[in-house]
Design a protein around this ligand. Structure first.
Ligand code: FRU
Length: 720
């Protein structure tokens, strides 16, 4: 890479030909909410022009205004077309900004006359695969002057770089091109690592820079970061602990020669400006959040020697999604978590997307070097998602640890499963005892999951597919009503909705249609723990809680761990979810009430104030029309006649059971998790609760309500 790089902006240049002079005629700038009178087919174009980078995409730049056409909607697998109304060709050139994949005919923009393609262009060909930076392209259309034409943007390409970015289509008498206005420099610094962290300043929304850390001539980290040039919003850390004593080079792709942001990067053993760590205003107090940066899916949930391991999709260097890395934390009780630092980092095969972990009890992979059993992680190498993996597809890889998850080695012959189709991802691996082999369920694309088996975790054989759910598969067995002789298999995807059926180690045979799992507003991409000891025997799930932590140095959270059980109901077999009993470890002051009748207008809880609670309540609805709680201003309501539980616009059917309605509620600063009738209804609700309201209210309307029992525990923070 050259030492000097160019920061470029688009301006008009070139010469007028006189063939068709005059002002520019705008064909489309894609600044509206929808596509107006352009015709859309398929899904790739989303509901309207994209506001820049889409979820899961590398940073899109070079477009004008706030929006553009970006067919990465829901990833590379979606396809479609976008066609303009007819217009007359009145200038010598049609100019447009273009980026995305280089797939002639597959992901392209076409000029149509009488339905025939007369000009076509595709994503840039100066980068392997494509680039997300839009650049000007021009068609000379002098010979077509006066003709009636249409523009059609096409995305029928799936898989790596199967998308196109278009903006600012303009008829003009001149070619538009890029001219240099500012020179920026590839900036680097060499130093000996003395401390655990490099602190880097972040400003949300600042232009993203690409950084590389080079050790012994090898790129060991590459990531993008919205580097703050002035006052940072917060500091993030690049963990360099494992390189202590070595001379390393930190390089940024392009920065002003005297970048203040780059100069401010500093070594330290702690995170700069973190004196309020875990006491920040919106920091959940008994839900896992990452100290810094973004988290999404829970990954690699596994129990080993007294520790619950939680890995997670982590952007260590920013507030939004990106730089997917496996963060890692451990807990002895599922409530108090200790972050161990990131376990698996992006490499030449890709960033590290979701997956699972298992203890290789029998050393089937042969990775064991000492007395400890090996923990093996299975993840997707998301090729093309970091600069070092340009051009690589999505494949499945493994990494392992011989020291209880403290250090990790990526397997030298990765990937263990090559690219199958589309964005194939999210391997969940389990040990299948009846056939004594490993089983993997993998999300392929468009709702299809595939099953694989292996003897040694390295060679995998594919057996069957089932069309069911999107992303993040889970597969496990549960006893029906606790009966060990009557077990059923559960298969679910990102939403948590599930199938009940049989699984023989190779094929899943469903016995039900899809069943809704949860009824909240923030649940996604959950997973359950592997290797839970037999004496415990619980099936414990942790989901990603989608809550935006505005103004915080971290973003998103995990939901509280729940125990899953299968029970017979009058609607058939259903999966129930209840918070794990370990919540008791942070119980504080208790208030208990028994056999009390409440009238409309009374509030039994007027003396209680706080922000962290565990509520356990049993009601006899009696003649009440509706009753429930108001939690810091948010009502949780049971409507007796409708037999419905609701909160923040979410509702769930819940019948009175043996004359009772039981509600269990966990309240943290950004979530209200509601469990109706022992987990028959699971409704996790995310949202920031108002600062100025710390009250609880128990109400009834249109009649009295009898409380059979009510326990309210204040909760202590799980953070020290
Ligand atoms: C689900 C998901 C997974 C993917 C991961 C990337 O939220 O899209 O399918 O592996 O997130 O962060």
């Amino acid at each position: 890479m050259s030492k000097w790089m160019l920061c470029i902006i688009a301006v008009l240049s070139g010469c007028s030909t006189g063939v068709a002079g005059g002002k520019d005629i705008l064909v489309a700038d894609f600044e509206g909410k929808g596509y107006g009178d352009w015709k859309v087919t398929g899904e790739a174009f989303g509901p309207g022009p994209a506001r820049g980078t889409l979820s899961g995409q590398m940073e899109v730049s070079g477009y004008q205004g706030k929006a553009l056409v970006n067919t990465y909607f829901e990833g590379d697998e979606t396809t479609g077309t976008l066609t303009s109304p007819t217009f007359e060709i009145q200038r010598k050139y049609i100019n447009f900004l273009i980026g995305g994949g280089m797939h002639p005919g597959g992901a392209c923009i076409n000029l149509l006359i009488d339905g025939k393609i007369v000009r076509t262009a595709t994503g840039p060909n100066d980068q392997p695969g494509g680039t997300e930076r839009l650049d000007w392209r021009s068609w000379d259309v002098a010979d077509l002057a006066g003709k009636t034409a249409k523009i059609q943007i096409v995305d029928k390409q799936k898989g790596g770089w199967g998308h196109i970015n278009i903006d600012q289509i303009v008829q003009s008498s001149e070619k538009k091109k890029l001219v240099v206005v500012v020179e920026e420099q590839e900036t680097s610094r060499q130093f000996v690592v003395r401390k655990r962290y490099l602190n880097l300043p972040v400003k949300n929304g600042a232009r993203k820079r690409i950084f590389r850390l080079i050790v012994d001539g090898k790129v060991v980290r590459d990531f993008d970061i919205a580097l703050a040039e002035d006052e940072p919003d917060f500091w993030v850390v690049l963990d360099v602990g494992e390189f202590k004593g070595k001379e390393v080079t930190l390089k940024a792709d392009s920065l002003a020669a005297d970048s203040k942001g780059f100069k401010s990067i500093v070594q330290a053993d702690s995170i700069k400006d973190s004196k309020d760590l875990y006491r920040e205003k919106l920091r959940p107090q008994f839900h896992f959040t990452s100290q810094r940066g973004w988290n999404n899916d829970s990954n690699g949930l596994v129990f080993y020697k007294g520790e619950w391991h939680l890995f997670y999709q982590h952007n260590p260097y920013g507030w939004p999604w990106g730089n997917m890395t496996w963060g890692h934390a451990v807990s002895k009780d599922l409530v108090h978590w200790e972050e161990l630092g990131d376990a698996i980092h992006p490499d030449k095969l890709g960033t590290i997307f979701s997956g699972s972990a298992a203890v290789d009890e029998g050393n089937t992979a042969g990775f064991q070097t000492g007395d400890e059993k090996v923990i093996v992680c299975f993840y997707t190498s998301a090729g093309g998602r970091n600069p070092e993996s340009r051009g690589q597809p999505f494949t499945q890889s493994i990494a392992y640890s011989n020291d209880r998850g403290r250090t990790w080695t990526t397997y030298k012959n990765n990937p263990v499963i090559g690219h199958i189709r589309g964005g194939n991802r999210d391997p969940k691996v389990i040990w299948h005892e009846p056939t004594k082999q490993w089983v993997m369920v993998l999300y392929i694309e468009q709702g299809v999951m595939a099953f694989f088996t292996s003897q040694d975790l390295k060679k995998w054989e594919r057996h069957s597919e089932i069309k069911c759910y999107h992303e993040c598969p889970e597969l496990f067995e549960l006893a029906v009503d606790g009966d060990k002789n009557n077990k059923k298999w559960i298969l679910y995807g990102g939403s948590g909705d599930y199938l009940v059926g049989q699984f023989d180690g190779k094929e899943f045979k469903k016995e039900t249609e899809s069943i809704r799992f949860q009824r909240g507003n923030c649940f996604y991409a959950s997973q359950t723990f592997n290797n839970v000891p037999k004496e415990d025997g619980r099936r414990i799930q942790i989901a990603w809680g989608r809550v935006a932590m505005t103004g915080m140095p971290f973003n998103q959270q995990m939901l509280f761990p729940v125990e899953l059980t299968l029970r017979t109901t009058d609607e058939g077999i259903r999966m129930f979810a209840e918070p794990v009993r370990e919540i008791e470890s942070i119980h504080g002051k208790k208030r208990a009430f028994k056999a009390k009748t409440i009238k409309p207008g009374e509030n039994l809880l007027s003396g209680i104030k706080g922000d962290l609670f565990h509520i356990l309540a049993e009601f006899s609805p009696g003649d009440a029309g509706e009753f429930g709680f108001v939690i810091r201003g948010t009502p949780v309501v049971y409507r007796v006649e409708k037999k419905q539980l609701s909160c923040k616009g979410k509702t769930a059917d819940l019948k009175v059971s043996h004359g009772k309605i039981r509600l269990e509620i966990l309240i943290d600063r950004t979530t209200i998790e509601i469990f109706g009738n022992d987990g028959r209804v699971y409704m996790p609700i995310g949202g920031i609760l108002p600062d100025d309201n710390r009250t609880l209210d128990l109400f009834t309307k249109d009649g009295n309500i009898t409380i059979d029992s009510l326990e309210i525990y204040e909760l202590r923070s799980a953070w020290k």
